[in-house]
Design a protein around this ligand. Structure first.
Ligand SMILES: [Zn+2]
Length: 255
């Protein structure tokens, strides 16, 4: 049985996620922007928290942890590279490590760029990947600590996962991301159609996260740095994917 996934809106525009294994009863939360909505989501389903998975050190992904642990003692897992600036970890992990929630194996990927030490969690059996502020719906995280080359490496790693993987990212930024994507990839029919779908969802008060990886591959400019159409729009025909990616990220910062 695949893990059951619940999206939990937190703060202004953050998302936390719960995954639940019905057989064992184990339940993990991925990131803790604030405790209240996560406690409510657990209580509504009668679930007991067993694991906390942290993607990176930013306050809007960890600040609710002490309050959550006070009610739900659970095993806290995060990046060994960031152990000095994360809350206390029970398990410190690095790329190549794996652990289980119920019967599902979670594999750790280093997806540095937004921060150096940012990790993603991939659960292949349930076809889920938790990317937080690395790969986002129609976007990628701002480069606060890493270089464009690091983020492009992270994008390339995530792009290699199966296309039917569900991408659980950390923020509802998709409307702005869509407006920006249209400026660098204006003739992409899949992007135009997704942009309408995003507008419809937001008008109905629905989240645009999570999304399918194949849709990101078809529409997300940060996964499409090798696409000649984007290079042409930027007047960069023949430039390397890294140069195109760097320019797209710089334009998004100014957008
Ligand atoms: Zn962040």
């Amino acid at each position: 049985m695949p893990l059951e996934l619940v999206t939990v809106p937190c703060l202004e525009d953050n998302y936390a996620f719960l995954v639940h294994d019905a057989d064992s009863g184990e339940t993990a939360v991925i990131d803790v922007p604030e405790a209240g909505p996560i406690k409510d989501a657990l209580a509504a389903r009668g679930w007991t928290l067993s694991h906390v998975l942290l993607t990176h050190h930013h306050w809007d992904h960890v600040d609710g942890l002490p309050d959550l642990l006070a009610d739900h003692p659970a095993k806290v897992i995060g990046a060994a590279a960031d152990a000095h600036r994360l809350p206390p970890l029970d398990l410190a992990v690095a790329e190549g490590d794996s652990f289980t929630v119920g019967s599902d194996r979670f594999e750790v990927l280093n997806v540095s760029g937004h921060t150096v030490g940012h990790i993603a969690f991939h659960a292949p059996a349930s076809k889920l990947v938790f990317t937080a502020d690395s790969l986002m719906a129609l976007g990628c995280g701002r480069l606060f600590e890493g270089t464009p080359a690091q983020m492009l490496d992270s994008m390339t790693k995530l792009a290699a996962l199966p296309g039917d993987t569900t991408v659980c990212s950390g923020h509802e930024y998709t409307t702005t991301n869509a407006k920006f994507a249209a400026t660098v990839d204006p003739e992409n029919a899949a992007l135009i159609s997704r942009t309408q779908d995003i507008a419809d969802k937001r008008a109905a008060g629905m989240p645009t996260v999570p999304s399918k990886l194949q849709l990101e591959l078809d529409t997300n400019p940060f996964l499409r740095a090798s696409d000649p159409a984007i290079a042409r729009t930027l007047d960069m025909t023949g430039a390397t994917p890294l140069d195109v990616f760097t320019e797209v990220r710089a334009r998004r910062d100014r957008f």
